[in-house]
Design a protein around this ligand. Structure first.
Ligand code: HEC
Length: 419
């Protein structure tokens, strides 16, 4: 049985002339359609912290129960923006720019995949090559279908080596997997983790797509909103990014809010680790072009919506905190004056009290998920026990909390310059 696809809804909406832009006066709130999924957590964090008010934007959060409902509301002009994905964006914009992506909302990380290919409990499907010839249940023509196909291709399995079985209802897919009635399904976290707790076998996840950022969700608005009320969009994004930073700094503090507002299976309420949220980032051309390639290959759309028309990086650029460009030479002097050299070598891999800092730039970006090289180094200095280097003990390096922003930026620049 096929469900009504977005393409069809779009065709109907066009036919009925439902696409007239909603009247949106300047003092109206921004209406956002929110699925009960993990990705939308920053909306609730920002709301609870009062960030929307502080940034001077009124938001109306409108819960929706399915992507289809969300998309219909958007087409009818009843919501102004939403959290969605690249596949949905490509379908919306197939023949004209209806929505514009203004920021990345979530993406797969090494330790925090978004989608997993799971085999039924007690089945003998355990590794990717076991999937050949099997039936894989997905939501057809959705981001799940796309990401599943790209995961398989990473493992050298082509889309034609398996049978794709449409089963659009995610809870049903979960249920049929657990009962052994579906051999293989694709599910998003945290439901996928709940399945694993219940005995489902993890075959693959989208951490193999971390580099390409194919697996991502985005914040997008109707084009009229972006064109006519850019200041509202910008204020919204400031609040969102503050919330995302709060979650990254202390994920545990938001567990309750996450459980309250999204669908969280009981079995993983306490164990699921909240993922990092990307900040001040936006969809890159590579991910967009790959999404469009897939939509065209699948015959879902005929024309290629251009990256420049669909993705607008202006807002993120306007609000990203200016990174204080440090001066490595001044940083070298700070390094000496603070006595760092008493515990760290800066050449070779000599271990003094602490590890050698040679080549730090090359590895610092991979130490802590969600932290860039500069952020990791800064954290190492200000809060050394937040992440302790393997093979060393906490509590030895003093926390340098009293440094001026300038000294800190210079010090980070110096450490980044060590080969
Ligand atoms: C008393 C000795 C001591 C002093 C002084 C000290 N450190 Fe450390 N440092 C350590 C130890 C031990 C570790 C490893 C344990 C940890 O991660 O906290 C470390 C870890 C680090 C790391 C992480 C390295 C990596 O490979 O990931 C950085 C960066 C760093 N220190 C920079 C500094 C800077 C900059 C200073 C001066 C402002 C400094 N340290 C002063 C002992 C010291």
């Amino acid at each position: 049985m096929r469900t009504l696809s977005l393409s069809l809804v779009l065709a109907l909406a066009l036919l009925l002339g439902a696409l007239t832009p909603g009247v949106s006066a300047q003092d109206e709130p921004l209406r956002m359609g929110l699925l009960p999924i993990l990705d939308v957590l920053p909306f609730y964090v920002a709301q609870e912290a009062g960030y929307f008010e502080e940034e001077g934007v009124e938001l109306e959060l409108i819960p929706v129960s399915s992507a289809l409902e969300r998309d219909q509301l958007l087409l009818a002009g009843e919501i102004d923006g939403m959290l969605n994905d690249l596949i949905s964006t490509g379908i919306f914009n197939q023949d004209q720019t209806r929505i514009v992506i203004v920021a990345l909302a979530r993406k797969a990380y090494e330790e925090a995949p978004q989608f997993r290919i799971l085999a039924a409990p007690r089945s003998n499907i355990t590794i990717p090559s076991d999937l050949v010839g099997k039936e894989i249940a997905i939501s057809e023509n959705s981001v799940i279908h796309y990401i599943a196909q790209r995961m398989l291709e990473q493992a050298g399995i082509s889309a034609d080596d398996v049978t794709w079985r449409p089963e659009p209802n995610i809870p049903v897919r979960y249920q049929l997997l657990m009962e052994g009635q579906l051999p293989v399904v694709v599910l998003p976290d945290p439901l996928a983790q709940a399945a694993m707790v219940g005995g489902a076998i993890l075959v693959m996840d989208d951490s193999s797509l971390v580099e390409t950022e194919f697996s991502q969700s985005v914040l997008s608005f109707r084009k009229e909103i972006v064109d006519e009320q850019p200041e509202k969009v910008e204020a919204f994004l400031r609040a969102w990014m503050r919330a995302a930073e709060d979650i990254n700094a202390d994920p545990e503090a938001y567990r309750e809010l996450w459980i309250e507002h999204t669908n969280v299976p009981d079995s993983v309420k306490d164990s699921y680790q909240l993922p990092p949220f990307p900040t001040y980032a936006i969809t890159q051309p590579e991910a967009w072009e790959d999404t469009v390639d897939w939509l065209i290959e699948q015959g879902i759309i005929d024309e290629r919506p251009a990256y420049e028309d669909t993705v607008d990086p202006r807002f993120i650029e306007a609000i990203a905190p200016e990174s204080v460009a440090g001066d490595p030479e001044a940083g070298a002097a700070v390094y000496v004056s603070l006595g760092c050299a008493g515990c760290h070598a800066t050449e070779g891999d000599t271990v003094m009290v602490g590890p050698s800092l040679a080549g730090l730039a090359g590895r610092a970006g991979e130490e802590v998920e969600g932290l860039s090289a500069a952020e990791y180094i800064e954290q190492s200095i200000v809060e050394p026990d937040a992440h302790v280097v393997e093979g060393f003990n906490p509590g030895i390096m003093p926390a340098y909390t009293g440094l001026s922003d300038e000294d800190l930026a210079n010090l980070v620049a110096y450490l980044l310059s060590l080969d």
